[in-house]
Design a binder for this molecule. Structure first.
Ligand SMILES: C[S@@+](CC[C@H](N)C(=O)[O-])C[C@H]1O[C@@H](n2cnc3c(N)ncnc32)[C@H](O)[C@@H]1O
Length: 336
């Protein structure tokens, strides 16, 4: 299924320069995002950082849906849970995507954390792989020395991941899997990870606000968030939904929900509003003939994003109180 999906999307990119892109240029702006309709649970409050005009940081209350989980998506991946390690099968494009995403994650982490160790350069770093599936990405990150926790709501996928990892005793020490949601984990693992990875996952979630909020919660200040996903463009609508599903019937109607795709601009805005700074966004393209991915200037279809959790800025009154106390040794520090 995924090979077809990526082949179709890649075909769309090649066609962008033709009249079709001109014909459809305004489709995406006319289709109003319906993500909120996908939310199906109670609401909770969470904190959103906003910059005030005077430079202070304020905590706002914002209402978000409680869960990232879309039961239809879970059922879809449940049906494919034994196929993760078939290199020529449904997930072959995810295997070859490792050629881009693993160095992307490694190099950005090394730039942020500045530790270079030959052989196992990510040693000492804790990475959370959200929506790990069968561990296709978790394993190579573990081989680079990171301690990886892969989570996925589909128990059978986690079972497949665990089994595959158990064949390599060295990896077994560093890579663990858990069948749970991100929101469950966020309740117990506060600021526990140096990095969160969500590769080809956000387009399957019910609520991106809940996702961003939980990622922020589980990351250490200064920690990295890596996302790869599909843009919400005219091309992905025309080719991915209308042509492939409804006209040509390459995949069953309803396989993809275009409403769940998100543009890099919208994703950046969302992450910034949850206290992240977006550091880099790069376009990617899959070549269905060679089965290989390459970096592209264009983010029109697939893209990778690296964001960093902002460290809390000291508040002026707190700095003032600290300096006051420094002048009077022996006094307890008081923060207002
Ligand atoms: C396209 S697969 C990507 C798997 C893996 N990240 C990779 O690239 O090899 C999407 C994965 O997201 C998982 N998923 C779906 N809904 C999820 C949710 N609410 N939270 C976490 N993972 C979810 C699916 O079970 C599936 O394993």
């Amino acid at each position: 299924m995924y090979s077809k999906k990526f082949a179709r999307l890649a075909f769309g990119l090649l066609a962008e320069s033709t009249f079709i892109s001109r014909l459809t240029r305004n489709v995406s702006s006319k289709v109003k995002p319906l993500r909120s309709l996908c939310s199906w649970t109670v609401c909770q409050h969470h904190r959103q950082e906003n910059q005030l005009s005077n430079g202070l940081t304020r905590l706002n209350v914002r209402t978000v849906s409680h869960t990232t989980l879309d039961p239809a998506e879970v059922r879809k991946f449940q049906a494919m849970a034994s196929k993760w390690w078939d290199l020529q099968g449904d997930f072959s494009a995810l295997h070859s995507m490792n050629d881009l995403r693993v160095p992307f994650i490694r190099d950005n982490l090394l730039n942020v954390h500045g530790v270079w160790q030959l052989g196992k350069p990510l040693t000492g770093l804790r990475i959370l792989d959200v929506g790990c599936g069968g561990g296709v990405l978790s394993e190579p990150l573990g081989r680079l020395g990171a301690d990886v926790l892969g989570i996925d709501p589909v128990e059978d996928s986690v079972w497949t991941a665990d089994l595959h990892c158990s064949y390599d005793p060295e990896l077994r020490e560093r890579v663990r899997y858990q069948a749970c949601t991100l929101e469950d984990l966020a309740e117990e693992e506060v600021e526990g990870f140096h990095a969160v990875v969500a590769s080809e996952v956000v387009e399957h979630l019910a609520d991106l606000d809940a996702f961003a909020n939980c990622c922020h919660q589980v990351l250490k200040p200064g920690g990295s968030l890596f996302i790869t996903t599909i843009n919400k463009t005219n091309l992905s609508y025309v080719f991915g939904i209308v042509a492939a599903e409804q006209l040509l019937r390459i995949v069953p109607s309803g396989t993809h929900d275009w409403e769940k795709f998100i543009s890099p601009e919208d994703l950046e805005r969302l992450l910034e509003s949850f206290g992240f700074h977006v550091d880099s966004i790069r376009g990617m393209m899959y070549n269905p003939l060679t089965g290989a991915w390459s970096w592209q200037q264009s983010t029109a279809i697939n893209y990778a994003l690296h964001a960093v959790k902002r460290k809390e800025e000291p508040q002026p009154d707190r700095v003032w109180a600290e300096s006051e106390n420094l002048n009077e040794p022996g006094q307890a520090k008081s923060y207002s």
